[in-house]
Write a protein that binds this ligand. Structure first.
Ligand code: 4AD
Length: 466
């Protein structure tokens, strides 16, 4: 049969060509009984299709049929391309299809739970329309998420998930070319991997078990198994109690673990090169997607340096102190304080992406290596975008006795991690790594205000469907 042409490929150079396209009937407008316009959308590109009785192109019945099509139905359109004399508004492609045949491949319901035009408007456009007395419904987040299949058809959402795909693609390509191998660790595990209460417990054939809070233990065991440098892209489960803009109960973890020859800075070097490469590449290869996101949710491009700024925790505390904010020098940073420090760093160093390292040991997980010169601190780091955490990482304890002591101190039942601890008894190289939250990277790179916008089907304390 005749091949399909993609809507995005249609251009002025194809004037006069006969084409067949498939897409969704985005809008349908009848002009009297003899003519109708259908804007057909495919992968975010749109083309105007003219259905007219004139010149005997189609029958009046056909015009009537087209006028009665439901929005978002899938249609096949056959016709010849023409280039109109004036620019086409309301469609991305600057050509029209003079329709000779049109079929409905699959019909959508006559009324949709979300009006996609409304769902695609920016806050400024909504305000303007409301002031002009236009009837429109502000589509709230719960409605969007309830009807996510429709919601993700908007240009901004199409952009977000294409950017997300590119983030994991760059992560994978960068690491593969740096000698890392991709691994897959179990998600059903015997005990908590991060400690704390945020763990989903389950029954594993009569034995207690849980969903992995991270690949932490098994990625380290892979290093004990001589792979040298590993990474994983996979689901991470956290039984979060808090309902915040940045916590999900399931997210996608980008994890790295590697041997360290001399210093945990080797791990931060990977973070630096990986993320500068990633940001450069997103800015270069996702221009259209970033624009689509920015049109609905305006944001400034991320400011980052060629060589990522590194500050010690103590330096951060001092910067806060100089700005009149006193915090416990051995405590953790609250979300608010992290944001404030982000602002101070931006003012002083001109970057919204930086690494904070040498955290107090007391606020880090049990597997974190203390600093050899001062055990009150640790060989660990967090990484921030626009004042919010996207990564935490560290050198790990590879000495079994110290590991047991640290686990017991925070109330982890050592029995549940016995095989993990034993992995370090057969000769273990010094090693370290980090974990990145994929949804957070996309959220903060695009300056979005809620992590639910960057999760395809988000799971939070109140939502497990769709
Ligand atoms: O800081 P976290 O808990 O660190 C770990 O899981 C370690 N095993 C990492 C390591 O290798 N040392 O999680 C890592 C990242 C966070 O920086 C954040 O980006 C993301 O995962 N994250 C979440 N994202 C969405 N929802 C949540 N509830 C998240 N919790 C952490």
């Amino acid at each position: 049969g005749e091949p399909y042409t993609e809507v995005g490929e249609l251009g002025e150079g194809m004037d006069g060509r006969i084409v067949l396209v498939r897409g969704r009937a985005q809008t349908i407008r009848a002009v009297g009984k003899k003519m109708a316009f259908v804007v057909v959308r495919e992968r975010g590109f749109t083309v105007q299709c003219v259905v007219t009785e004139k010149e005997g192109l189609v029958s009046r019945q056909m015009v009537k049929f087209v006028a009665s099509l439901n929005r978002e139905s899938i249609v096949d359109v056959h016709g010849s391309l023409t280039v109109p004399s004036s620019p086409i508004k309301g469609a991305s492609q600057q050509v029209e299809i003079q329709v000779s045949k049109i079929y409905c491949v699959d019909k959508a319901l006559p009324t949709l739970p979300i009006n996609l035009e409304d769902a695609a408007r920016s806050e400024a456009e909504i305000e303007k329309a409301l002031q002009a007395g236009e009837q429109l419904v502000r589509v709230n987040q719960d409605t969007r998420l309830n009807f996510r299949v429709l919601d993700i058809r908007t240009p901004a959402n199409q952009g977000i998930f294409r950017i997300q795909s590119q983030v994991s693609n760059i992560f994978r390509q960068f690491l593969l070319s740096g000698g890392f191998i991709e691994i897959h660790t179990p998600k059903l595990i015997a005990g908590s991997s991060e400690g704390g209460s945020a763990v989903f417990k389950l029954d594993y054939k009569g034995r207690p078990a849980c969903l992995a809070q991270s690949p932490q233990l098994h990625k380290q065991m892979a290093i004990c198994g001589d792979f040298g440098r590993v990474f994983e892209i996979g689901p991470v489960f956290r039984a979060e109690d808090s309902y915040t803009h940045r916590h999900l109960c399931e997210f996608t973890g980008l994890d790295v673990e590697m041997e360290i020859k001399k210093h945990y800075f080797e791990v931060m070097d990977i973070v630096d090169r990986l993320f500068v490469t990633m940001f450069d590449s997103l800015n270069a290869s996702c221009k259209k997607e970033l624009e689509a996101v920015g049109r609905q949710y305006p944001f400034e491009p991320l400011k980052y340096l060629r060589k990522t700024l590194r500050l010690t925790f103590q330096e951060g505390v001092q910067m806060l102190k100089d700005a009149g904010i006193e915090i416990d020098p051995f405590g953790d940073l609250s979300t608010e304080v992290e944001r404030k420090l982000g602002q101070l760093v931006l003012e002083k160093y001109g970057t919204e992406f930086y690494i904070l390292h040498r955290y107090p040991l007391a606020v880090r997980p049990f597997y974190t290596m203390p600093c050899c010169d001062d055990p009150a601190y640790s060989n660990s780091f967090d990484v921030f975008i626009r004042g919010e955490e996207i990564i935490s990482g560290a050198q790990r304890v590879h000495v079994p006795e110290l590991l047991i002591k640290r686990a017991e101190a925070i109330g982890i039942e050592v029995k549940t991690i016995e095989t993990y601890v034993d992995s370090f008894r057969y000769g273990a190289p010094p090693h370290g790594g980090f974990g990145v939250g994929l949804e957070r990277v996309v959220m903060l790179f695009c300056g979005l205000n809620n992590i639910r916008k960057t999760s395809l089907f988000p799971r939070d304390p109140l939502r497990i469907s769709p």
